[in-house]
Design a protein around this ligand. Structure first.
Ligand code: FES
Length: 105
């Protein structure tokens, strides 16, 4: 199974402990994180409602939704705090020559 790699943004745009939103053409809106120099990507849309997680707050390995304060594990997408129950979709990220790519179907 070959999942296409999609360009996200230069890695320099994602400074540690922040979250950056990239809207893929013909694809989902992605939230990109930098945890201690490792990059992670999840769906940007909260699984609880119509909220952009890139407007939320990064706290350690957790992203907190700006709408109702639900939380997810950035590394696994697991819903870790109410009212969120459904996990976030996550995407493997690779770094090549300072550019971030994600495997997005
Ligand atoms: S929309 Fe994200 S916690 Fe409700």
């Amino acid at each position: 199974l070959n999942v296409p790699k999609r360009f996200l943004c230069p890695s320099a745009h994602v400074v540690p402990e922040t979250v950056v939103r990239v809207d893929l053409q013909d694809g989902p809106s992605i939230a990109i994180y930098n945890l201690d120099g490792s990059y992670f990507a999840t769906d940007n849309l909260c699984t609880h409602g119509d909220a952009s997680l890139a407007e939320g707050v990064v706290d350690g390995d957790t992203i907190m939704c700006p709408f109702h304060g639900g939380t997810f594990d950035i590394r696994t997408g697991e819903a870790t705090g109410p009212p969120c129950i459904v996990p976030l979709r996550t995407y493997p990220v690779t770094l090549e020559d300072g550019q971030l790519f994600a495997e997005v179907e």
